[in-house]
Ligand binder design. Structure first.
Ligand code: NOJ
Ligand code: CA
Length: 694
């Protein structure tokens, strides 16, 4: 045993010597374990701290500087000297409670530099770089110090200097909501201003020319980059200001109406700034670095955390078939309707039911920002017997997901939270969907600012205490906290399926879902709510529709990752439809995930192996263009034969003209086979692979 450790030590020192070298007094470098990524930390001539990143011998982030503007203090970032630096290596594999894969390898080289001002103040900071094989994370750690005690950050100025006018997939840096379409433009053409004030959004605040993260890019020589953040804790979300003249993105923290970005005390650390890099677009999606930059699981008992598919008294409100409020006479959340859904879920092995509109307050829930909230989180409408619904569901083996729409009246919610969560726990409820529609009350705070970051954290932690999984709508984007709090299951944070039900711009175009996996999904699970079979829903809305084929809706169960995965359509639209079999069969928790192919905004194919079974599932989708994708099945276990059930568009299918024409074929296949997937415009293919019993 001892001998083993000795060798390990020798090996680690060797790696460290190889990966971190001091080139001069004013610069230090560190490599990724596979040496493909090189990070150089430096002090400029003016003694400003900065860094540069090389990937496969090409500079991908050119010399970029850091600085912090503090209230009532000079900017921190110049006149620095390096006091100390340490290097270390880490290589450990950990098991996920649930996720895209069962085991995650956390392997990086770290360089930690202590810098100090040469001036009287002598303020200090550690800059920590972790270099993984697929990206670079860095953060700032301010230790406790006399000249930096109570801290008000007016801005963090972290630069990401680009090396070319890359193609960028971006959405405006809205402080309140991520529900914008992604734009595809060259860096120089980014124009976030023109994306202001979508008619279907309440007025939200978008600063001049900033984008939200993740922002994903492709260089002209075919390198893919994405900038995001990990472990957003007691800090503000980061948007990126677009500096066209200097060809750089610069961090612009979300603030409040008092001009404050972050209020804290030393010691404090910033979130990790993360840059993923890859030769293939799909490799961005395979990265688990965002999780590795978060702390290990803090929840001891996780027996109540269970990934599941769920139905909802939900789509029917978005369609206008029923309403959230009771007064209309078309109330969706009635005991009777809930039982109808529960029966259907139970018969079809769908594990849970979300019920929205069950509690009082929905008569006047939007546009009442002058009130401190209208909702009561414990009182059901008279036609909804909460206890009876929960009892009935339990009898039928279906869990209830409780809904808390706060209408962004955050203080009111915090006041009621403990009482409400205790009630849910006493009823045996283990999942909650929250929502934050509208402007934040109190006025002056924003969804993505520090005040709200801390609120979302409080809800997640309180929910954990009461054994509740959470699914957050109008959230702060995920930053990998699900590793530490595996009750943080899923989040919205994008233009989800609901936009297809009511958006005045015609909904999410076919291209949308071929961009999402390479942008928003890099942050974490998405509650997109797939599975709409009645694509045109003309009975309810003539001017809206889902802009994909039915087969693509099936493929989304594999493409879009969520441990709480919705079966979004109405029971009557599934009844008797053979395609529903895929939704019944498909997994929600995975042993392995493989991105087989993909180009951003064009197409993507993912295969996933279900956790604790030998089944594989494959999903493939395209944008508005038809294409044929040749897919090798070499991901399948080599020693097995599989019954493949293939759900695909018929040749004449089309997302607009003929969206529901699909076919189901059965084949016996092995890992030596390949398939030609024929995708029609807006189409997709979903396949289940079940090992043949011999
Ligand atoms: C917006 C959410 O995204 C949606 O899922 C929910 O139904 C409504 N708000 C009402 O809470
Ligand atoms: Ca929403």
């Amino acid at each position: 045993m001892k001998k083993y450790y000795l060798w390990l030590l020798v090996l680690i020192s060797f790696i460290v010597m190889n990966s971190c070298t001091s080139n001069s007094n004013n610069s230090l470098t560190v490599n990724s374990p596979d040496k493909k990524i090189n990070v150089k930390f430096f002090l400029s001539r003016e003694n400003q701290a900065g860094y540069k990143i090389v990937f496969n011998d090409k500079t991908v982030i050119d010399s970029s500087l850091f600085s912090f503007d503090f209230k009532d203090q000079n900017t921190f970032g110049s006149n620095l000297k390096i006091v100390n630096s340490t290097t270390s290596s880490f290589d450990e594999t950990w098991k996920t409670v649930w996720g895209e894969q069962k085991y995650v390898r956390d392997n990086y080289n770290e360089l930690k530099i202590e810098v100090k001002e040469k001036s009287d103040l002598q303020r200090r900071c550690f800059i920590v770089f972790r270099v993984f094989n697929d990206g670079v994370g860095f953060r700032f750690e301010f230790p406790e110090q006399d000249n930096l005690k109570d801290v008000t950050i007016l801005d963090e100025n972290t630069q990401f200097r680009l090396t070319g006018n890359h193609t960028c997939w971006w959405e405006p840096g809205d402080w309140d909501i991520y529900e914008h379409l992604y734009n595809t433009t060259r860096f120089s053409e980014i124009d976030a201003l023109s994306k202001r004030n979508h008619p279907d959004l309440a007025q939200t605040y978008i600063p001049d020319n900033a984008v939200n993260t993740p922002v994903t890019m492709k260089t002209d020589d075919g390198i893919y980059l994405s900038i995001l953040e990990a472990n957003l804790t007691n800090y503000s979300g980061m948007t990126l200001k677009v500096d066209k003249k200097d060809l750089l993105f610069q961090s612009e923290l979300v603030g409040n109406d008092w001009g404050i970005k972050v209020k804290t005390k030393s010691p404090f650390v910033t979130p990790w700034r993360l840059i993923l890099m890859a030769d293939k677009a799909g490799d961005l999606i395979s990265s688990r670095t965002i999780l590795n930059l978060n702390e290990p699981n803090k929840l001891k008992d996780v027996s109540w955390i269970k990934p599941t598919k769920y139905m909802g008294i939900w789509w029917e409100m978005h369609l206008g078939k029923s309403t959230w409020n009771m007064k209309s006479g078309r109330h969706g959340a009635t005991t009777e309707n809930a039982k109808r859904y529960i029966d259907f879920a139970s018969e079809n092995g769908i594990g849970a039911l979300l019920v929205e509109g069950w509690n009082t307050g929905w008569e006047h829930w939007i546009g009442f920002e002058d009130r401190e909230g209208v909702f009561d989180f414990v009182t059901p409408y008279p036609d909804y017997d909460l206890k009876e619904v929960v009892r009935y569901a339990k009898e039928k083996g279906v869990a209830i997901i409780i809904h808390n729409e706060t209408s962004a009246a955050v203080r009111t919610y915090e006041k009621q939270m403990d009482t409400a969560f205790a009630l849910y726990k006493s009823l045996g409820i283990h999942a909650i969907k929250t929502g934050y529609v509208g402007k934040i009350i109190p006025k002056g705070e924003y969804h993505h600012g520090q005040w709200m970051v801390n609120h979302y954290r409080k809800v997640m932690e309180t929910a954990a205490k009461y054994h509740l999984m959470v699914d957050v709508h109008e959230p702060i984007k995920p930053t990998g906290l699900r590793r530490t709090y595996p009750n943080l299951m899923s989040e919205e944070g994008l233009r989800g399926q609901e936009w297809n039900a009511w958006s005045s711009d015609g909904g999410n175009p076919p291209e949308h879902l071929t961009i999402i996996p390479f942008t928003r999904m890099l942050d974490g699970p998405i509650d997109y709510t797939p599975g709409i079979f009645n694509i045109k829903f003309n009975k309810y809305k003539k001017n809206n529709q889902v802009n994909t084929t039915l087969a693509q809706q099936l493929a989304l169960y594999v493409i879009i990752y969520s441990p709480l995965q919705m079966v979004a359509d109405l029971p009557e639209n599934y009844e008797g439809n053979p395609a529903f079999q895929l939704i019944k069969d498909v997994g929600v928790d995975w042993d392995t995930s493989i991105v087989i192919n993909g180009e951003i905004g064009d197409f993507i194919t993912i295969a996933r192996k279900e956790r604790n079974t030998d089944k594989w599932f494959l999903g493939s989708i395209t944008d508005e263009n038809a294409r044929t994708l040749e897919v090798s099945l070499n991901f399948l276990d080599a020693d097995k034969k599989y019954d493949a059930i293939i759900y695909s568009d018929t040749e004449d299918a089309d997302w607009d003209k003929n969206p529901t024409a699909y076919k189901i074929e059965k084949k016996t296949v092995t890992s030596a086979d390949s398939l030609a997937l024929k995708l029609v415009p807006g189409g997709g293919t979903a396949i289940s692979f079940v090992p043949v019993k011999e």
